[in-house]
Design a protein around this ligand. Structure first.
Ligand code: FES
Length: 146
């Protein structure tokens, strides 16, 4: 059911923890499964120099956030904003269809942390970038599983 990469990132997750005085923190949840994901970003000169996550989530959520944090570390904020849950799932050699929403938690927590970074620093942005972070995004029915 799970790829070797999913099992690897679940049993040995990268970047677990918190960052003191982070540039941005994002927390999102899924109302149906009740899982919560929190991502901390350290950003210097527009580059993500450190990233950590904490989750009350399932194995797929842990593996997805571990992979997502690896994928955005060292990237610019703009590059991190382009991270999709599908890219995370692909990097994990796939997730079962019923577990795709778990990878969306990782994508959304990264986006929420970047939004807080923008807000904290008075950086203007297109609100459409973060449209899916509203309450509706917490419902399974609103999540895209292609
Ligand atoms: Fe909720 Fe995986 S079942 S995040």
């Amino acid at each position: 059911m799970y790829s070797e990469k999913v099992i690897d990132h679940f049993t040995n997750p990268r970047n677990v923890g918190e960052i003191a005085n982070p540039s941005g923190v994002g927390e999102v949840g899924n109302a149906q499964c009740g899982d919560i994901m929190r991502v901390y970003l350290q950003i210097e000169d527009d580059v993500i120099t450190d990233v950590k996550f904490k989750t009350f989530g399932c194995a797929s959520a842990i593996a997805s956030s571990s992979m997502a944090t690896e994928m955005i570390k060292g990237k610019t904020v703009a590059e991190a904003l382009e991270l999709t849950n599908k890219a995370v799932a692909n990097a994990l050699d796939g997730l079962p269809p019923v577990k795709m929403h778990c990878s969306l938690l990782a994508e959304q927590a990264v986006k929420a942390a970047i939004k807080q970074y923008y807000d904290n620093n008075g950086i203007a942005y297109d609100t459409a970038l973060f449209a899916k972070l509203g309450d509706d995004a917490h419902e399974h029915g609103d999540l895209v599983e292609e």
